[in-house]
Design a protein around this ligand. Structure first.
Ligand SMILES: Nc1nc2c(ncn2[C@@H]2O[C@H](COP(=O)(O)OP(=O)(O)OP(=O)(O)O)[C@@H](O)[C@H]2O)c(=O)[nH]1
Ligand SMILES: [Mg+2]
Length: 273
């Protein structure tokens, strides 16, 4: 799967982040707990070097808890404070104010300004809303919701800048692209849904063989993932005239179920030990 997707608005967003750096005391780098390595933008990480940073592992409710713990330990060992969050329910948010104050110059008395950065759809705006206790920033279950920049007062003395999700211009590693696609960081139009679904089926059956059998009530898994995708399409009634399975729709349905956590909690990036 080849992806060349670096639209103009992303180059603009990168510029916005660079220009806003001097206005903020601390950076919140949001990573997707399902793909802590693949969701780290190497381009932006380099840009942020030298700024106090808090790493947020978000969407922990969708990730394998044991892996999330390992990743948190590893990132802490690399020298950044880490907070594990589920922005949906608010789990983990109690740890934020202290992490912010510690990272952004202990002892500071004035307003602390922070910038929230991360790949598209990782939950930046949801995170800010949850902290603010109100829906101040627009959110949505697709990448590319936030466009401009927006300052939001999340607590007395803490203001956060919401920024648009940013990717990097080239994915040299095909697996990284597939993982970003599977978790929903790439626009549906930019990806080959069928290729992503087939890759995901291969991955799940290798790592958690029982999951697909249970979810789709199959006595045995078909020999290859093409057949498996067809079977899933049949089970979901996604057939076209003549009784053939609509493979595209089957792929979209599978990806949706995966992203909503209906297949279970998975971490696609295994923490190196
Ligand atoms: N399950 C789960 N879903 C989350 C979590 N945080 C955010 N979401 C969902 O992820 C989707 C994207 O959230 P946004 O806050 O719009 O993401 P964003 O990073 O601001 O996205 P862009 O503005 O497009 O870059 C929404 O459907 C959120 O409800 C979380 O911790 N767990
Ligand atoms: Mg947003």
């Amino acid at each position: 799967m080849d992806i060349h997707w670096y639209p103009g608005h992303m180059a603009k967003a990168r510029k916005l982040i660079r220009e806003s750096l001097k206005l903020v005391h601390v950076i919140f780098e949001l990573l997707d707990a399902r793909i802590p390595r693949s969701s780290r933008n190497p381009d932006i990480a380099a840009l942020l070097a030298g700024k106090p940073r808090v790493v947020i592992l978000n969407k922990t409710d969708l990730a394998d808890p044991a892996e999330t713990r390992l990743w948190a330990e590893r990132l802490v060992a690399e020298g950044t404070p880490v907070v594990q969050l589920d922005s949906f329910t608010g789990r983990g948010f109690g740890k934020i104010p202290r992490a912010v104050r510690e990272a952004a110059a202990p002892g500071r008395t004035g307003t602390i300004r922070g910038m929230v950065v991360g790949i598209p759809n990782v939950g930046k705006s949801t995170f800010i809303n949850r902290l603010a206790g109100q829906k101040a920033a627009a959110t949505g279950a697709r990448p590319g919701v936030t466009r401009g920049k927006q300052w939001i007062r999340v607590a007395p003395g803490i203001e956060l800048l919401d920024t648009p999700g940013v990717l990097w211009p080239r994915f040299d590693d095909r697996e990284v692209a597939l993982k970003l696609a599977a978790t929903g960081a790439l626009k549906e139009e930019a990806i080959d849904c069928e290729a992503v679904a087939l890759w995901l089926l291969d991955w799940i059956r290798a790592e958690y063989p029982g999951v697909l059998k249970r979810r789709y009530q199959l006595a045995a898994l078909p020999a290859d993932s093409h057949m498996l995708l067809e079977t899933i399409g049949l089970k979901r009634g996604l057939v076209v005239a003549g009784g053939r399975v609509d493979r595209f729709k089957a792929a979209v349905a599978l990806l949706k179920e995966f992203r909503e956590g209906r297949l279970g909690r998975f971490t696609l990036d295994k923490c190196p030990v």
